[in-house]
Design a protein around this ligand. Sequence first.
Ligand SMILES: C[S@@+](CC[C@H](N)C(=O)[O-])C[C@H]1O[C@@H](n2cnc3c(N)ncnc32)[C@H](O)[C@@H]1O
Length: 263
Amino acid sequence: MSGFDKDWLALREPADVRARNQALLKAAIEAAESTSATAILDIGCGTGSTFRALLPRLRKPAHFRLFDYDPRLLDEAQRLHGNAVEIIQGDLNQIGALPLADISLVTASALFDLCSKEFIRRFVARLSQTAASLYAALNYDGRMRWSKPHPLDEAVVANFNAHQLGDKGFGFSLGPRAWETLTACLKEGGYATTTAESPWVMTADDRGLQLSFLDGVVRAVYEYAQLDENEIRDWADFRRKMVGRDGSLCEVGHQDILAIRRG
Ligand SMILES: C[S@@+](CC[C@H](N)C(=O)[O-])C[C@H]1O[C@@H](n2cnc3c(N)ncnc32)[C@H](O)[C@@H]1O
């Protein structure tokens, strides 16, 4: 199991929906619908958030394959969507076994920042054996910004980003740099590639998400163990107090990528 909790994925989904770059999402659907292939493969699908983002915008029926290795998340996707989707359990590291037949578009959300350089290279090599395009959304890019600054913000973000470079199941992760490596590999592979920012903008209305996100940041920074624990605790207390205050914003940077096969 992946350790991604369905409640966490549900909590973040409204912020993801707002954050997705709309022009890229539209172009991804156009790319999918411009080929004779009729299936869309969502890798690392979780409970199906990318399916839910694409479905209302489709102009033609498409067959969705949802691929993940976590049975709990796939059960939830099945419960939510029944026969509207094909559920496939598998490990992305077995790249040769990816169900890419008749796929017009491969999609992924919040996935590639978990991945290593070696995995990204292998994935792009496999993708380029097909005619499919790639829409990879919501890749964390290392930036966090709060409207009310705190002197430890920069150090906390740097420590969190360093912690992201651990092994998340694909070898040592590229974390916040993964989107750049993926983009470069796709360009080298001959894809026409577009990137666009897709930041989470969390306001007082996103209290639950902000608190849960802060818990994750604090946990990672403690684990990384380079900052003084009292300082981390003071920073966390300050940040938690700010959540829900009028006018207090938190932005978390993401990048969306669309890669269309040339020719
Ligand atoms: C951050 S979650 C994103 C889920 C979903 N795309 C979303 O945006 O809500 C990352 C997903 O990748 C899946 N995942 C991680 N490693 C995987 C692997 N080796 N094979 C298949 N799925 C994997 C996890 O189970 C999880 O569902």
